[in-house]
Every structure is written in C-alpha cells, then in structure tokens.
Write a new protein. Structure first.
Length: 342
C-alpha cells in the first residue's frame, strides 16, 4: 500500500517517549516493529538517531513500513499519548525566502526604494535563531517583555505570528517537512534589528508541528518555482521542479486569516541547505530550517500581521497553522499556540 506517514515522538500512558508514526488515529510504536535499523534507534526520545542513518536507511524503513502497514500495529490511540518535540534541535536557521513577504515588509519601512536589496536575489538570506526555545505544537507562548524603543521597556504590544514551512535535516540532506510558527515581537525587533538583525524579538518562542512528513512523500508535489533572475551561483543552481505545492492557512481564534501556498517561495529548501553549508558550516541530524513567512501575491496571502498592519495578537488568542497537498492526500501536522500574558 502507499504509506505517506509522518514521524513523531510520543509519550504513552505510564511510559517514556519513543519514536512513532501516525497511522490514521493511532500512534504506531516503531520500537515494537521489525525494522532495518540498529537496535535502540526508535527507543530514543527524538528522531535524531534515525535521521543520522541517511537517505538509504530512510527509504529502507519506509519500504518495510509499507509491507507492515496495518491498523492493528502496536501502538496507542492518538488521544491517549502526549506528543513531544520530534527532534532535538541543535541549530535553528530561519530564512527569508518569500519574495512577496520581503517586498511587502520592505515597502512598509523603505517606501519608494527598490524593495529588494541586492543580496536577496543572489543568496537565501537568513539568520540563526535560538534552538532552545523551539517548542512543540500546543505549548502556550508567553508574551515577551523587552526594549520597545530608546526609553521604553515593557510587554510587547505588537505580538505577531509567521506562517512558515520548515524542514529538518538528516545527514546533509532534507529528511522531512513541518509547519512552523516563528512568533515575532515586532516592537522589540524594530528597535534592536539594526545593524545585526533579529535577536530577542524572535528568540523567545518558535512553535513546531509534532509531526515531520518525509520529503520523499512530497516529491510528487514538486512544481516549478518562479524564474530566478539573475541565475544563482553554481552551488545554488537547481533543476526544476524546485518548490512544493502545499496549501497553507492560518487561523486566529478559529477564523481563517490567511490562505497561501508554499509554491510562492523563491528559494527552495535544497538551495537553503546548500547555502547554509557553502562556507564549510556543518549540518547535524535534527537541525531545523525555516522558510521565512510564506506570503503570496494576493492580500489574502499575507502570512503575518505585520504585512496586514495588525491588529496584533491579544492575550488569550490562539493561532493555528494548517497545511495539505492540493489533492488532500497528505495533511501536514498542525501547529497550535495560545498567547499567555507577559
């Protein structure tokens, strides 16, 4: 059977976290199955040991799971387990790969100027975030407090979300994809970001789905991206199709406030990974990479509140991110987060 299942980590009743796949409404215990991996791989409390095995091992396990697929495989109903962060994130990089997002934000702060700086079309622009504050979907997010201006300090008044498509790296390859909310404190960010870029305005929380969808399951949804002009440097040149056709949406207290698509990203995940490694930097299994806000060409596709100019998030509000393939065959794991007071 065709088995496009996401991987995660779950804590069963009275037990320790272990690696699972989601099969229907069940979390299947991978440690209880006869799979072609070294002993102990799936008894771990994160997917990192599996990610370290590389692409051939991922394919071998997927093939074996297709042979074994059965609703009665050992595991638990989803509502009986606690889903935890699926990877131990060693490094976290957030990119700025949507042309529409970059142009919309630039026009807010530099009206009349060329919206894209010279580097933007030549490299995937990004920054290093804080891995220690990546949290699993469902974890409440507390409003940060910080410097809001030269003589102002207090709770963040312009709390924002960012709808992103993240990927998790294995051994120098993309293992799988997940939705991600890069929570943003816009007043703190606005005061601090010059000249070195985001810092405390981004590092207080990043929410990640509990489920990682394998890249191989999404290959058939690859599409041509928009033409890249000028042609990228040799290490960034990519064959088409380059980007993923994934329908994405954000809900604010159960009301849809954004519908967009990952096909609008200018830089592909593989180009992002190649750029991150191009200076000799090492990549470790479980490293997390965000696409940046996935905005599109229409006003309804603006995937953060900064682009729509608010209103920004109030205490008690919940943001939910969802994604799926256009045919509905694959649902990405959602991301939920509720705002707590400062």
């Amino acid at each position: 059977m065709n088995l496009d299942v996401p991987y995660g980590v779950a804590r069963p009743p009275g037990g320790e976290p272990r690696c699972v796949i989601r099969l229907g409404e069940r979390a299947v215990d991978l440690s209880a199955l006869d799979l072609p991996v070294p002993p102990g791989t799936f008894e771990a409390d994160a997917l990192n040991p599996f990610l370290a095995l590389g692409e051939q091992a991922w394919a071998d396990v997927h093939g074996r799971l297709e042979e074994l697929a059965d609703p009665q495989l050992p595991g638990w109903p989803l509502d009986e387990v606690e889903l935890v962060l699926p990877v131990a994130v060693g490094d976290y990089v957030d990119f700025y790969s949507s042309r529409f997002h970059a142009e919309n934000v630039s026009r807010l702060f530099r009206p009349g100027d060329e919206p894209l700086l010279p580097n933007w079309r030549r490299i995937p622009v990004g920054y290093h975030g804080r891995a220690g504050t990546v949290v699993v979907s469902g974890t409440p997010v507390r409003r940060p407090t910080g410097h809001l201006g030269p003589d102002a300090f207090g709770p963040e008044p312009m709390l924002d979300y960012e709808l992103e498509l993240a990927f998790v790296a294995g051994t120098e390859a993309v293992f799988g994809f997940a939705l991600m909310n890069d929570w943003s404190a816009r007043a703190i960010q606005g005061f601090e970001y010059q000249p070195l870029g985001p810092f405390l305005g981004k590092s207080f929380a990043t929410s990640l789905s509990a489920w990682i969808t394998p890249a191989a399951a999404l290959n058939r949804y690859r599409v041509d991206g928009e033409p890249q002009d000028p042609e990228p440097a040799p290490h960034l040149r990519a064959s088409e199709p380059r980007v993923l056709d994934l329908e994405l949406e954000a809900l604010r207290d159960r009301e849809v406030i954004c519908t967009t698509n990952a096909r609008h990203l200018y830089w592909s995940p593989e180009q992002q990974l190649a750029h991150a490694m191009s200076n000799g930097a090492t990549i470790r299994p479980g490293d997390l990479f965000g696409s940046g806000t996935v905005s599109g060409p229409e006003p309804s596709m603006r995937a953060c509140l900064l682009e729509t100019q608010g209103p920004f998030l109030a205490d008690g509000e919940e943001i939910v991110l969802r994604g799926r393939t256009p045919d509905g065959a694959i649902e990405l794991g959602e991301v939920r987060g509720t705002v707590l007071p400062a």
